[in-house]
Write a protein that binds this ligand. Structure first.
Ligand code: UDX
Length: 447
């Protein structure tokens, strides 16, 4: 039998990477996104966002790019999409609803309503977006109702665990594949799609719909909890005079705990962890199980308190007054090697300082365009050195590798005051102190 033909609906961080990875695995792929500018970029082999390795993969496969395999194409026609694909991946986003904890399912629902009427024969629709548990069951019924193929249009749920900045690697070499199946063909087709990673040893786990949906929210809740746990320990260290970095290293040597996700700092952000734990709490409430997740409210609060504590540390460094003080902020994205500023702790701290009267100048290696769009009233500079010019205090808020390489003496020559606050606990405090800097960090002793 010929390989299944694949479509990808929604070409953001998840979908663009998934489409390129499917082409890399040898499949014919057709992608669709409702944002025309995104499609135009992709058609030229350009990534719509900064993601290491993605553009190389696109150039290797997008039809029309010189020397490409031509396996990846794009369309704005749902009819063409329905006629082309055997397997349709839903990769649209599920953001937090405005002013509520619950997640906004309207993009997923619109995608299903647009695709299903064009499913005339056997087809598999595969949900990858993060959704509230119970959504898959509802969407499967809707697809069967709307599709001319009826029950032959089947749904499977295959949550995505990729991390931004490692998206290509995580998609081509996932650490597990989870498939919630609702009909007879889902498992077999997805085993074909994922034959290569499975042959390389990736576990393939088959579950029912609710379990597959829950695996994703449970994993993200666990990760968020681990970060907030170490940040809670940072708060205690601040009160007791301990050092959270040493504490994390020491507890991480216990294999059962491990070193990963124990970096204390200004906490987690991005398009996933914050909104996913909130949507999970909202859904548990609807299911009458809210008590099971009350701890996530605390996880969220600890996370937001760290941003506030960073602002207080800056105020303290400036003698209690922010008004008119010059602050250099290094980093705007929610993590390094990404241009994503969604719910970024760094940009949030910069914004709070600005709103309280400080003159804030931000520099980020990749996130400037997105940061400017979200927060146009902040000052922006083209380099760390430019941002630091005349600064009364420098804040390190996203741990880009280039900030580790900064020369404390050179930076010291341009600032008004050698005062550095590390919000990510990745700079070498001894090195900076040796150059005469007053160095302070969250959860660590002052000297
Ligand atoms: C996350 C999950 O890791 C991924 O599996 C899921 O599919 C989507 O959500 P991502 O949002 O790309 O991925 O970033 P991640 O690397 O998990 O970092 C999330 C946030 O936590 C970042 O703001 C990061 O700076 C912060 N973080 C991470 C810490 O503050 N401390 C840590 O020890 C680790």
């Amino acid at each position: 039998m010929a390989s299944p033909k694949i479509t990808v609906i929604g070409l953001g961080y998840l979908g663009a990477t998934h489409a390129a990875a499917m082409a890399e695995l040898g499949f014919e792929v057709l992608g669709l996104d409702v944002v025309p500018e995104k499609m135009r970029k992709l058609e030229q082999g350009q990534a719509p966002m900064f993601e290491p390795g993605l553009e190389e993969l696109l150039r290797a496969h997008v039809a029309g790019v010189e020397g490409s395999t031509g396996r990846l194409r794009f369309t704005d026609s749902w009819e063409e999409l329905g006629a082309f694909g055997d397997v349709h991946f839903l990769c649209v986003n599920t953001p937090q609803k405005h002013g509520e904890f619950a997640c906004d399912m309207s993009y997923v629902e619109r995608a299903v309503d647009s695709l299903a009427p064009h499913l005339h024969g056997p087809a598999l629709v595969v949900g990858k977006s993060t959704v509230p548990v119970g959504s898959a069951e509802r969407l499967a019924t809707r697809i069967a109702e709307l599709a001319p193929a009826g029950q032959e249009a089947e749904l499977a749920w295959n949550p995505e665990f990729l991390r931004e900045s490692f998206a290509v690697k995580d998609t081509l070499h996932p650490d597990r594949i989870v498939v919630g199946v609702g009909g007879p063909r889902g498992e077999a087709l997805l085993r074909e799609v994922y034959a290569q990673p499975v042959a390389e040893g990736t576990p393939f786990l088959v579950t029912d719909f609710p379990t597959a949906e829950l695996v994703k929210t449970a994993a993200n809740s666990f990760l968020a909890t681990k970060i907030s746990f170490i940040n809670a320990m940072a708060e205690v260290c601040e009160a007791a005079g301990g050092d959270v970095v040493k504490l994390a290293e020491a507890i991480g040597h216990d294999d059962r705990i491990g070193h990963k996700f124990l970096r204390a700092g200004i906490g987690f952000g991005g398009g996933c962890l914050p909104k996913d734990i909130r949507a999970f709490m909202a859904r548990a409430g609807e299911l009458g199980a809210s008590e099971a997740l009350t701890f996530l409210r605390e996880v969220d609060s600890i996370n937001m308190r760290r941003r506030a504590q960073m602002v207080e540390l800056a105020r303290d460094a400036l003698g209690g007054v922010l008004l008119g003080k010059r602050i250099a902020v290094l980093g705007a994205t929610f993590k390094p090697d990404s241009d994503d500023v969604r719910d970024s702790p760094a940009l949030n701290v910069a914004g709070q300082l600005h709103l309280q009267g400080a003159q804030v100048t931000v520099y980020d290696p990749k996130g400037m365009e997105n940061a400017r769009a979200v927060f146009p009233t902040l000052g922006y500079a083209d380099s760390a050195l430019d941002a630091a010019h005349g600064a009364d205090v420098v804040l390190h808020l996203t741990e880009w590798p280039e900030f580790k390489e900064l020369d404390p003496a050179a930076l010291g020559d341009v600032v008004a005051s050698r005062h550095l606050l590390d919000g990510r606990n990745t700079l070498d405090s001894a090195l900076w102190r040796k150059s005469g800097w007053l160095f302070r960090a969250l959860g660590r002793p002052t000297a």
